[in-house]
Design a protein around this ligand. Sequence first.
Ligand code: F6P
Length: 356
Amino acid sequence: MRIGMLTSGGDCQSLNATMRGVAKALYNNLKDVEIIGFIEGYKGLMYEDYRVMTPNDFSGILTQGGTIIGTSRQPFKLMRTPDAKGNDKVELMKKTYKKLKLECLVVLGGNGSQKTANLLREEGLNIVSLPKTIDNDLWGTDMTFGFQSAVNIASDAIDCIHTTAASHGRVFIVEVMGHKVGWLTLHAGIASGADIILIPEIPYDIDKVVSAINKRTKAGKRFSILAVAEGAISKEDAKLSKKEYKAKLAESPYPSVSYEIGKRIEEKTGQEIRVTIPGHTQRGGSPCPYDRVLSSRFGAAAAQMILDKDYGNMVGMKNGEVVRIPLADVAGKLKMVDPKCSIIKEAKALGISFGD
Ligand code: F6P
């Protein structure tokens, strides 16, 4: 049996651990299996760029971040746009799949990659997919691999800021990744005792943010720390259409939302502000033990789907159990933080301001 595998979109710490899980469970349960690793995601599948993997390739990679077969972003919305040579990308991928006589294609990817996986499923390919992203925004699964490792790094960054913020008596903003959702900022913010957490799902009012800072100052606290999601948005901006907001961002003199928030706080409080952006460090380094376990479980479950010839599903986690979710249900849906969910209530009970 020949199985194709690829890692697609932004990387994360736990891609290798997940591929190892799939491979180990396949090698252990099938006598005759060959894994083909496509280089740099869907691009490798389009242009027949691949490596025939051996069990040795999957050895010693449980703790290794990144991806041993590389990844790239191949936007879903451009999948039906011909490539530089005028070829249909979907047809190219189908051709490679058929030429190599693959039993199925294992896709490790986030939102856009799951949409492409679903498109390939609709085109008749056997697909098994796994939920990768530090953003934890994939619909249908409580947890994605990569998320907890990123929470650790973002929390470490905020922890480090704590001591310097306390020494200088400044307001610090730490900008956390997460694309359009606030899961990473919310978890890292709570884990490291941020005073204010701003996430896209709860548009902020700058005056509420300022009054939370002033309240701390009046209470004798010399510093405040804000965990700000890269997609945080003000109440006024949330009223704009998607197009209007995009145009506003394009014309903004600030490199990111945090600098604008910082400037407005400075003007309103007179306090000294510093912005820290841990950026891609949040996707780097080794997977944390939680992710190693999750990836190993997901990998074994994906291999079981292949053994069962049950295709067209994504592996996911629901209430601690690994489940199979139809790709048709997953594709195109975002799992956002519900402003009314209990973690927000609990964070507010702790005195954390969301600027709302
Ligand atoms: O989806 C993962 C992620 O790290 C997001 O949190 C972030 O917005 C984006 O990828 C960054 O993408 P790139 O690596 O292409 O700059």
